[in-house]
Write a protein that binds this ligand. Structure first.
Ligand SMILES: Cc1ncc(COP(=O)(O)O)c(C=O)c1O
Length: 393
C-alpha cells in the first residue's frame, strides 16, 4: 500500500481498557466487518451503531444517564433520546406521537418558543391545539371530557417566566383515566428537584442547554420516556426529522451533570434568599418564586418539588421604563437570553423569550411589560443582592 492510501485509512484503536471518563465519538458512521454484520445492524439497531444520525455512543450514554435520573428510585425502565435542542425535543416528541386530526391540550404560559411551535407550526400539519389554564381544575376536566380527539397533554411546571406550578399528580391521573399521553417540560426543576414520573407522567423533556448542562456552553435537549416500549416511535421521529444531538455537546452536558445536585442546592438557596429580600423592597411590586409563602403555587410546589429552583421573576413599580433602567444598571449579572448557568442571568421576557406571544395572552398570564426574569447563579448572595438592590434603587 502506498503512503497516500495508508494516510487515508483509519488505524484500528485499542479498546481493551475502558476509559475512566466518557470519550467523544466524532464519527458520522460506523464500520462493519462484513456485509452480514451490516445487514444485521440495520435490522436490529439495538445491537450496535450504524450511522451518526441514528445514534452515537457518547450521546446515548448521556441520554441514559438523564433517563436514570428522571426515574431515580422509581420502578421503571426508562429511555432517553438526546437531540439538538430543547425545541428539538418538543418538536420530535409531539410530531412523533401525534397525527393530523389529533388535539394537543396545553397551557398558555409556556416558554415562548414552545407556544410558537404549537400555535403556528403544528397547526400547519392538522394538529389542533387547545390551551387552558391548568390550575383551573373544572375547566381542565370539562375540556378533557368533551374533546375526544385529545391525544396528548403537554405542560410546563414551573412555567417560564411566571413560575406558576401545576399539580402533576392531578393532571396525570386525569390523563390516565381518559387514555391521554402526558408530557412535561422539566427544564426549570431538573430531576434533582422534581420527578414527574413519580406522579404518573409518560414523558419528560428538557432543554439540557439549561441547568442540566449548567455552564452555558452547549445547546441540546432530551426526551425521556418512562417505558422502553415507547423508544422506537421517538427514535424513528428523531431519525427522520434529523433532530439528533452532536457528540461534543452531549459530552459537555455529561460534564455538567456531575455537579447538578450541588449546583441546584446553591441556585435554590440563593434564589429563595433573593426572592425574600426583593419582596421586602418598596420598589418591587411582585415577586414570583414557588417557595415564597405569598406565591399562589406555594402548596403545589412544596408537594412536588424538593426546593424552589434557581429562577424567579419580579416586577418593579413603574413598568417597562423602570424595568429597562434596572436592566441597564446591573453590573454583576449578565443580560443574556438563557437560564440555568452557574452565573446570574437577567432577561426581559416581553421583548425577548416571549416576544412572539400575542400581547393579550401574555398579559392575561402575568407576562407583563415590566416583568424581569432572573436565573439566579451560584455567586455570593451578598454580592448579588447588593448589585441588584443598587440597580433597583
Ligand atoms: C422551559 C424551556 N423549555 C424549552 C426551551 C427551549 O430550549 P432550547 O433553547 O434548548 O431549544 C427553553 C428555552 O429557553 C425553555 O426555557
Amino acid at each position: 500500500m502506498k503512503m497516500e492510501s495508508y494516510l487515508a485509512k483509519e488505524e484500528k484503536f485499542n479498546r481493551t481498557t475502558e476509559p475512566h471518563s466518557l470519550p467523544i465519538y466524532p464519527t458520522s458512521s460506523f464500520k462493519f466487518d462484513s456485509i452480514d454484520e451490516g445487514i444485521d445492524l440495520f435490522e436490529n439497531p439495538s445491537k450496535g451503531h450504524v450511522y451518526g444520525r441514528y445514534g452515537n455512543p457518547t450521546i446515548e450514554a448521556v441520554a441514559q444517564k438523564i433517563a436514570n435520573l428522571e426515574a431515580y428510585e422509581l420502578d421503571l425502565d426508562p429511555f432517553g433520546i438526546m437531540v439538538s435542542s430543547g425545541m428539538a425535543a418538543i418538536s420530535t416528541l409531539t410530531m412523533g406521537i401525534m397525527k393530523a386530526g389529533d388535539t394537543l391540550l396545553t397551557q398558555y404560559d409556556l416558554y415562548g418558543g414552545t407556544s410558537y411551535l404549537f400555535q403556528n407550526f403544528l397547526t400547519k400539519f392538522g394538529i389542533n391545539i387547545i390551551a387552558v389554564d391548568f390550575s383551573d381544575i373544572e375547566q381542565v376536566q370539562n375540556v378533557i371530557e368533551s374533546e375526544k380527539s385529545i391525544k396528548m397533554l403537554y405542560c410546563e411546571t414551573p412555567a417560564n417566566p411566571t413560575m406558576k406550578c401545576i399539580d402533576l399528580s392531578f393532571l396525570a391521573s386525569l390523563c390516565k383515566k381518559n387514555d391521554i399521553i402526558c408530557a412535561v417540560d422539566n427544564t426549570f426543576s431538573t430531576p434533582y428537584i422534581q420527578q414527574p414520573f413519580k406522579y404518573g407522567f409518560d414523558f419528560v423533556i428538557h432543554s439540557t442547554t439549561k441547568f442540566i448542562n449548567g455552564h452555558g456552553n452547549a445547546v441540546t435537549g432530551v426526551i425521556i420516556g418512562k417505558n422502553k416500549k415507547d423508544y422506537d416511535v421517538i427514535w424513528d421521529a428523531m431519525k427522520v426529522l434529523g433532530t439528533n444531538c452532536n457528540a461534543f455537546d452531549a459530552w459537555l452536558v455529561n460534564n455538567g451533570i456531575k455537579t447538578l445536585a450541588i449546583r441546584m442546592e446553591r441556585h435554590a438557596h440563593n434564589a429563595l434568599e433573593l426572592a425574600k429580600r426583593l419582596e421586602g423592597m418598596k420598589e418591587v411590586q411582585r415577586v414570583n418564586y414557588p417557595f415564597l409563602q405569598s406565591n399562589s403555587s406555594y402548596h403545589i410546589a412544596k408537594s412536588q418539588m424538593k426546593n424552589g429552583g434557581g429562577i424567579l421573576s419580579f416586577e418593579l413599580y413603574g413598568g417597562m421604563e423602570k424595568g429597562i433602567n434596572f436592566m441597564n444598571s446591573i453590573t454583576l449579572p449578565s443580560l443574556a437570553p438563557t437560564l440555568g448557568n452557574i452565573d446570574t442571568l437577567v432577561v426581559h421576557p416581553a421583548s425577548m423569550s416571549h416576544r412572539n406571544v400575542p400581547k393579550d395572552i401574555r398579559l392575561k398570564y402575568g407576562i407583563t411589560d415590566g416583568l424581569i426574569r432572573i436565573s439566579v447563579g451560584i455567586e455570593d448572595i451578598e454580592d448579588l443582592f447588593h448589585d441588584l438592590a443598587k440597580a433597583i434603587q
